[in-house]
Design a protein. Structure first.
Length: 92
């Protein structure tokens, strides 16, 4: 594998030591969806970063850029998912 490819832990593993698990807002009358674990979030970021690498035809030199963009993308999707869940619970 190329030395610049995104590793299983990502460039410099920026999330080391931080808790990335999301705690959903809980209401007593509605069951909450389980939060995304730190491991699942890491997997999602890794896959998104690799997809960016592949879309660039595996051109090297952008591993950190890919990782950071993937991390922002995944966090944005998780936030949207949380908001959709809150709206759905509020509508019932």
């Amino acid at each position: 594998m190329a030395t610049d490819a995104v590793t299983s832990q990502g460039p410099a593993d920026r999330s080391a030591g931080r808790s990335n698990a999301r705690e959903p807002e809980r209401r007593s009358d509605a069951p909450a969806a389980p939060p995304v674990s730190a491991e699942e979030r890491q997997r999602m970021i890794r896959e998104a970063a690799y997809a960016r690498y592949a879309r660039r035809n595996f051109a090297e030199g952008h591993a950190l850029e890919d990782w950071l963009a993937a991390e922002a993308e995944v966090d944005r999707l998780l936030e949207q998912s949380d908001e959709i869940e809150r709206l759905a619970r509020a509508a019932t």
